[in-house]
Design a protein around this ligand. Sequence first.
Ligand code: FEO
Length: 395
Amino acid sequence: MNPIEIAPGVYDVGVTDWNIRDFHGYSTDLGTTYNAFLVVDEKIALIDSVKKEFADALIDNISRIVDPRKIDVVISNHTELDHSGSLARIMHRIGEDKPLYCSKMGAKNLVRHFPQKWNYQAVGSGDELKLGRRTLAFLETRMIHWPDSMFSYLKEDGILFSSDGFGQHYAGPERFDDEIGDRIMVHAKKYFANILLLYATHIEKLIRQVAEMKLNLRMICPDHGVIWRSDPGKIVKAYLNWCRQEPEKKAVVIYDTMWHSTEKMAEAINAGIMAEGVPSKPMHLRAWHRSEVMTEVFDAKAVVVGSPTLNNNLFPTVADFLCYMKGLKPKNKIGAAFGSYGWSGEAVKLIENELTGVKIELAQAGLKVQFVPERPNLDACHEFGRKIGRAVSGP
Ligand code: FEO
């Protein structure tokens, strides 16, 4: 993407990755961006960099504003390689001795990725860096979502460089929230549900801590997706709401199937849930990506999971999803398990173990059907769904 001036003397020099479709297991159907920012003052600061493959594009964008060798300081808000992968090229280009500001954990983690002996300047919350007319203030945001994560705040302009926080995996012609409107919120929610959910408690505390600082926040610049400039408070409020994990009265029926038997059960259960007036969505795990399914799980009250028994075990896609969900630890949910089997039928119990393992309360005992469900079995599935529906819509 072309560099743009987002405020006088402050530029977004990041790049667009139009073609990425899998971001370490997260589906990025529209691509993403790796945002990086240049602040031109008496000193010139580069805030964050981009994935290694895009180093040339970043250098090109910087060169359209200033000679990269004129950059005085580099800020690394986060070590993960989508924001640091091009550092070796950047530091080589601007001068290996230039100060590289990062958190204390950032200094420890960056050396595990890069052998070069850079001029690390470890900073902590409250530390500041004077650039001339402007000042960058640092705020450690440990475990949001790596130990090294931090925010940088350009005080005089009210611009928060929030690293992964408030980001979205979205690539498009728009660079600001007001250019895309509410359509961006689904991407922001998916990002939260799949990347930040595990750290929801930390995030809520951080937001409250920042609120007490009474910043004159005019713009939030995440390292992915659009910049929040029209109403930065909107995404902050959405985060506070998401951190509480208060589910909606809806259900999701997640399953895979071998010969359509578990699928027939899933559809009958789904119909039963909806017969109670509760919105519910069946999601076949080879039709829906795990990160789309997780986004539905995020705000659903009921998580109903079905698997055929394969070799005395779960079907692999179901095991994959349960493992993924377990890592993200969603809260405040009920669940149930179901599945068709041939002769042993362990899958339902295995699903129940996984659900209770993440503190998802079982709404009722699991439902198994041997081989192909017949009419009475499907009626039982429908009733199974109705009970879940009533549990969702109840007090
Ligand atoms: Fe966008 Fe944690 O990296």
